[in-house]
Design a protein around this ligand. Structure first.
Ligand code: NAG
Ligand code: NAG
Ligand code: NAG
Ligand code: NAG
Ligand code: NAG
Length: 672
C-alpha cells in the first residue's frame, strides 16, 4: 500500500495524515489546497493512483528516471511539483504543456545532462514561474532545451552545473526573468548582450565562477549582483550618467588590484570588496585636480592634487577587509553620509583620521582591527553615532587620552593586542591640552573613565603593568577583559564604580598571586575567569555573591576557604578547578558541593587532590570522607602512641629521679 502523506487543508487532522489512498477524502472546493507528500519512498515511477485535484506534489528523494505522459500529464491541477534528487534522465517532450497551473518546477539533483545530450526539448513551460535546474551536470548550450518556451518564468536556478559561457541567446525564451542564479559553475565568458534583453532582471548571482573581468557593466535595472569568488581583476561600469538601481554588490574574494569603477549615479547600499588585492581605494591610480570640492573638508586638507572618488551617498555597508590598503583618505569616505558599517580590518593602514563632524556621521561600526595603526585620531564631535569600535591587533601605543571619552554612543571597544596604558583619573590635568600631538612623544595612556555608554571593553594583551584606582569610574562596563597582561598590578579600588554594572570579569593568564580586590562589592558579577594565574587563595567573597561561573583552572590553590565556599555555593552554577594542587581532606565542603552535583564542573576529569604531601593525586570524585577519617584515626593513633611514649619516658625519668636520692640516702646513711 502506498504511504504518501496527504494534507487536505481544511479537514480534520485525522484525515490530513492518512496513510492509505482508500482513506483519502477529496475536497470538492477548488480553493482548498491539496498537498501530497511522496518523498523518500524509493519510488521508481510516479504513483499511478494519485487522486485528482492535487495542487502540490512532492516526489523528492526517490528513484524516478523517466517522466512520461501516462503518469504525470493527467495531473493538470498541480502548481508545485518537486522532483528534487531523483535520477531523471528523460522527460517526455511536451509533458508540461497541459499543466497550465504549474508555477513551481523543481528538478534539482537529477541527470538532466543525459536528457540534454539527446537534443530534445522539454517543450513549453507556459505557466512556470520558478524553475530549479541546479546540480544536473548541465554545460553550455544545454539550457536551451529547457528554456526555449517559458514566457512566465521569473526565477531560474542553474546553480552547481558546469556552464562555462553565457551565450547571447541563452535567455531568449524567458524574457520575464527577474532572478537568475548561476552560483558554482565555471563561467569564463559572458557574451555581449546576454542579459540585455531581460528588462525585468533585478537579481543576478554569478558567485563562485571563473570570471576574470567585467569592463562594461551596463545592467542598470539590476538591484542585486553577486560576483563573489571569481577571479575578477577589474570591474568597470560603462561611462554613463544613467541612474543605476544597484543596491547590493558583492565583489569579495576576487583579485582586483584597484577599487571597482561603479556607476557614477548609484543607489548602492551594500558593497563588499573584501579579500581582494586592493592596495589603495583609488580606482585607476590617476590623480585629478578638484577645485570645487566640498569646502568644509578642504579646509582641513592642504591644497594639493586630490584624487576624485565616486559618490556613495546611499552606501550603508562597506567591507574592505583582507586587502593591502595603506590609507583611507577622508576624501574617499566623505560622500558616504549614510554609511553605518565600515570594515577595513586586515589591511596595512598606518593612520586613520576623522577630522570633521560631517564625515561618517552615521557610522555605527568601525573595524580597523589587525592593521599597523600608528596614528589614530577622531576630532572633537566626530563619529557621534559610533557604537562599536574594533582596534585590536594594531600594537597601537600612542593615542589622544580622551579619544574614547569623546564618543558618546560607544558601547563596545576592542583594544586587545595593543600597547596602551590606562591613565590614572586623579592625575587629569585641569586644563587638557587641545592638540593631539602633545601626547605623541611621551608614552601615552588612555582614559577609560567617563565613557558614557561603554559596556564591553577588551584590553587583553596590552602589556598592561598597572590597573589604577577608579580606572573605570563613570563608565557602565558590563564586561571587562584584562587577560594576558602578565604581572598586572591591580589596585584594590581599580574596579570601584563598577559595583552595579560589571557582569563579566576576565583576568586569565595574568600571573596574579593574590587578588586583593573585593569582588563581593560587584553586586552583578556573574562570570569570573581567573584561570592560569598563581592564586594560592580564593578571592575575597564575604557578602552575598551572584557569581554563576568561576574559572580557577591552573592556579596554586591548596585549600579553599570554608567561608568563601559557603558564600559561593549559594549562586554558583559552574566552576572550573582543574590543575590545582588541592588537598583532599581540607576541602571537604568543596568536595560535598561537587559530589552533590550542586555545581557543574566541566573539567572534573582534571580536578585532582592529594591526601598527604607528595602522594599520588586522586580525582576529586573518588575522594571519600572515610579516607580522610581513616587518615585522621591513623594520625590519632600515632599521636596517642607518641604521647603515651612521652608520658612513659617522663614517668620513668621521675621514678629514676625519685630512686636516686633514696639510694643516696641509703648510701649516705650507709657511710654515716
Ligand atoms: C526509462 O526509459 C529508458 C529508455 O528511454 C529505458 O531504458 C529505461 O528502462 C526507463 N526506466 C524506467 C525506470 O522505466
Ligand atoms: C523568486 O525568488 C524570490 C527571491 O528569492 C522569492 O522571493 C520568490 O518567492 C521566488 N518566486 C517563486 C515563484 O519561487
Ligand atoms: C554572494 O555569494 C556568496 C557565495 O555564494 C555568499 O557567501 C554571499 O553571501 C553572497 N552575497 C550576498 C550579498 O548575498
Ligand atoms: C570585518 O571583516 C573581518 C574579516 O572579514 C571579519 O572577521 C569581521 O567580523 C568584520 N567586522 C565586522 C564588525 O563585521
Ligand atoms: C610571575 O610571578 C612570579 C612571582 O610570583 C615571578 O617570579 C615570575 O617572573 C612572573 N612571571 C611573569 C611572566 O611575569
Amino acid at each position: 500500500m502506498l504511504v504518501c502523506v496527504f494534507e487536505w487543508v481544511g479537514l480534520a487532522h485525522e484525515d490530513v495524515k492518512s496513510r492509505g489512498l482508500s482513506q483519502v477524502l477529496v475536497s470538492s472546493e477548488s480553493e482548498v489546497q491539496n498537498d501530497v507528500f511522496c518523498n523518500d519512498l524509493n519510488l521508481q515511477s510516479t504513483p499511478a493512483n494519485l487522486p485528482p485535484g492535487i495542487q502540490k506534489l512532492d516526489l523528492s528523494h526517490n528513484k524516478l528516471q523517466n517522466l512520461t505522459h501516462e503518469t504525470l500529464a493527467f495531473h493538470t491541477t498541480i502548481h508545485h511539483l518537486n522532483l528534487h534528487s531523483n535520477k531523471i534522465q528523460f522527460i517526455q517532450p511536451g509533458l508540461f504543456k497541459d499543466m497550465t497551473n504549474l508555477k513551481v518546477l523543481i528538478l534539482s539533483r537529477n541527470n538532466l545532462d543525459v536528457f540534454a545530450l539527446n537534443k530534445t526539448k522539454i517543450g513549453s513551460l507556459k505557466a512556470v514561474e520558478s524553475l530549479d535546474l541546479s546540480n544536473n551536470g548541465l554545460y553550455t548550450g544545454m539550457t536551451d532545451y529547457f528554456l526555449g518556451d517559458s514566457p512566465a518564468m521569473t526565477n531560474l536556478s542553474l546553480n552547481g552545473n558546469s556552464i562555462t559561457k553565457i551565450t547571447k541567446n541563452a535567455f531568449c525564451g524567458s524574457l520575464a526573468l527577474r532572478k537568475i542564479s548561476l552560483h558554482n559553475n565555471v563561467i569564463l565568458e559572458i557574451e555581449d548582450g546576454a542579459f540585455d534583453l531581460l528588462d525585468y532582471l533585478t537579481e543576478l548571482d554569478l558567485s563562485k565562477n571563473s570570471i576574470t573581468c567585467i569592463t562594461d557593466f551596463n545592467l542598470s535595472h539590476l538591484k542585486w549582483l553577486n560576483l563573489s569568488k571569481n577571479s575578477l581583476e577589474t570591474f568597470q561600469t560603462i561611462d554613463s550618467e544613467h541612474l543605476y538601481e544597484l543596491l547590493y554588490l558583492d565583489l569579495s574574494e576576487n583579485k582586483m588590484p584597484y577599487f571597482p569603477v561603479l556607476p557614477k549615479r548609484n543607489k548602492l547600499e551594500y558593497l563588499d570588496v573584501s579579500r581582494n588585492h586592493l592596495r589603495s581605494v583609488n580606482n585607476t591610480g590617476t590623480v585629478e585636480e578638484l577645485a570645487n570640492f566640498r569646502g568644509t573638508i578642504l579646509a582641513h586638507t592642504p591644497f594639493r592634487l586630490i584624487t576624485r572618488y565616486q559618490d556613495f551617498s546611499s552606501l550603508i555597508y562597506l567591507d574592505l577587509s583582507y586587502n593591502q590598503i595603506k590609507s583611507i583618505p577622508q576624501t574617499f569616505i566623505c560622500s558616504m553620509v549614510m554609511l553605518e558599517v565600515l570594515n577595513v580590518s586586515r589591511n596595512c593602514i598606518e593612520s586613520f583620521f576623522v577630522n570633521h563632524e560631517d564625515i561618517l556621521q552615521n557610522l555605527k561600526i568601525l573595524d580597523l582591527s589587525y592593521n599597523s595603526l600608528q596614528n589614530l585620531s577622531f576630532g572633537e564631535k566626530t563619529l557621534q553615532s559610533l557604537k562599536e569600535l574594533f582596534l585590536q591587533g594594531n600594537t597601537l601605543t600612542t593615542i589622544n587620552p580622551q579619544t574614547f571619552q569623546r564618543l558618546p554612543g560607544l558601547r563596545s571597544l576592542q583594544l586587545q593586542q595593543n600597547n596602551l596604558k590606562i591613565c590614572i583619573p586623579q592625575q587629569i590635568p585641569v586644563e587638557l591640552p587641545k592638540k593631539d600631538h602633545f601626547y605623541q612623544d611621551s608614552p601615552s595612556c588612555v582614559f577609560f573613565y567617563s565613557i558614557p555608554a561603554l559596556q564591553f571593553l577588551y584590553l587583553s594583551e596590552n602589556n598592561l603593568r598597572v590597573l589604577p584606582a577608579n580606572a573605570f569610574h563613570n563608565t557602565p562596563l558590563k564586561l571587562l577583559d584584562l587577560s594576558l597582561n602578565p604581572g598586572l598590578e591591580i589596585d584594590p579600588n581599580s574596579l570601584s564604580g563598577l559595583e552595579h554594572s560589571l557582569i563579566h570579569l576576565l583576568l586569565k593568564e595574568n600571573n596574579i598571586s593574590q587578588l586583593n580586590t573585593d569582588l563581593s562589592a560587584l553586586s552583578r558579577l556573574k562570570y569570573v575567569d581567573l584561570s592560569t594565574n598563581q592564586l594560592t587563595t580564593l578571592p575575597i567573597w564575604n557578602k552575598e555573591s551572584s557569581i554563576e561561573s568561576l574559572n580557577l583552572q591552573n592556579n596554586n590553590l591548596v585549600t579553599l576557604e570554608y567561608n568563601t565556599v559557603l558564600v559561593l555555593e549559594r549562586s554558583l552554577k559552574t566552576i572550573y578547578m582543574g590543575s590545582n594542587p588541592l588537598s583532599c581532606c581540607s576541602n571537604i565542603r568543596f568536595l560535598h558541593m561537587v559530589q552533590r552535583s550542586a555545581v557543574v564542573v566541566p573539567d572534573i576529569d582534571t580536578v585532582t587532590c592529594v591526601y598527604v604531601q607528595d602522594s599520588e593525586p586522586v580525582n576529586i570524585e573518588k575522594v571519600t570522607q572515610d579516607m580522610c577519617h581513616t587518615l585522621d584515626s591513623r594520625v590519632i593513633t600515632i599521636i596517642v602512641t607518641v604521647v603515651i611514649a612521652l608520658v612513659l619516658i617522663v614517668v620513668l625519668g621521675l621514678l629514676s629521679k625519685l630512686c636516686h636520692p633514696r639510694r643516696r640516702k641509703h648510701n649516705s646513711s650507709f657511710s654515716a
